[in-house]
Design a protein around this ligand. Sequence first.
Ligand code: MSP
Length: 493
Amino acid sequence: MKDFYITTPIYYVNDKPHIGHAYTTVLADVIHRYNKLIGNNSFFLTGLDEHGLKVQQSADLKNISPQEHCDKMAPEFIKLWDKLGIQFTDFIRTTESRHIEVVQHILTKVNESGDIYFDEYEGLYSVSEERFITEKEFESGNFREVKKIKEKNYFFKMSKYQQKLIQAIKSDELKILPQTRKNEVLGFLENQELNDLCISRPKSRLNWGIEIPFDKDYVTYVWFDALINYISSIKFSKEEDFFYHRWPADIHLIGKDILTTHAVYWPTMLMSLGLPLPGSIFAHGWWLTDQEKMSKSLGNVINPLSLIDKYGPDSVRYFLMREMVLGQDANFSEELFIKRYNADLANDLGNLVSRVTKLISKFYDSKIPKFVNQDSILKEKYSNILLENRIKNFEIHTLLKEVTDFIQSINIFLEENVPWKQAKSDLELAGDTLYHSIEAIRVSTKILEPVMPRKCMEILQILSSEDLGLDWGSLQPETLIREQVVVFPRIVD
Ligand code: MSP
């Protein structure tokens, strides 16, 4: 069976990673781990976009070569992913020869098929965006550093694939999620003629890029180069078996600002190559501070490393996954973070673990008690969480909401059955209540494990059930409960 294949964008190395990069990467990691949890083989790709003007400019500022700059920045990203517990399968850098070779191979192939032509073009060029923009875009005022440029370049016949692309998106052969983004792309494609894509830059203007194999005076446009990472990593044109064991990708996770490049440039490039299209492209929203976009000039960029050092990686992972409704923008502040942590993790889950294990220690000599009834309201509620469906539809935020609701219902169950009172008159009955409660805690923890791998492992270790799966009833009576620690200490503001 084909592997599940998930990607993040490859990040520009012109600056240090920020919370937006961390979000996409954690989300991809979580989806990757969930797929493994339900028995899929999963391939998770992330990496770095190292060519182009932005990177060259950053290197120039430091008076070092672009390659040296990239080699300095790459460990910053890897260090952060390591701290956040990201388990990528492959990490690609676009300056690696395995990537460069594939890009050049593709350029040669597309050129031979007649989809590339050389032409002089005069138009408006946005230096900050590194691309030609239309008059309409210029009028929007959203583009900085716009110059009029007259230049000879290579063009990819993107316009040729316009109708085919519209069809692919309409029929969901290429699913664009959420629906609002699909409508946005279709609106754009159906209301104007698609231009061809300028895919080269003369070396006289920019030389930090992959040389065009049929013209040594030009380098490849950074987006044409970068998008190919999704297939160079899995050895396109080198190892067919390896490649088709992964391709097409099941999901490209991206931010909403890079939708056009992924939903228009990339599929038309694949069409020209005669390759299948990715299953879906999911565009998430933006993390804002005080409802404003984060930007260096505003000085409101959140540094994920300092947050992790202060609160630990798992609580950061949890916050990012729980707080952002997939597809919408979300607000980030330390205050919101603390509120969410204290409510869901310290008060609910953490408190529940210590309450129930304490009762089991006190009344049952630290051994999981026997159940009397096979069924309980908790078992029934658990069966209503449709884990596989949520995972297949990438509804991680909804899944977490369902699990936190379930955890709250364990608290209600305890309040209603009062096992600490039951135990005084009927140890068997109290044992039943506690068995169902602790099993509910265990399965909740198991579902939360892809989001908080280390913390959940701590809880599962307390319950001596690291190796048990998701099936209700796997926890065996008589299992010894290990000494407990406070898993989620309350943050006192
Ligand atoms: N290098 C390109 C991607 C090439 S993929 C073939 C790029 N890099 S980036 O570093 O600028 O941005 C990477 C991702 O970070 C984008 O998906 C972007 O949406 C995301 N984010 C940047 N700032 C963000 C927030 N404040 N919030 C959420 N995501 C944000 O674009």
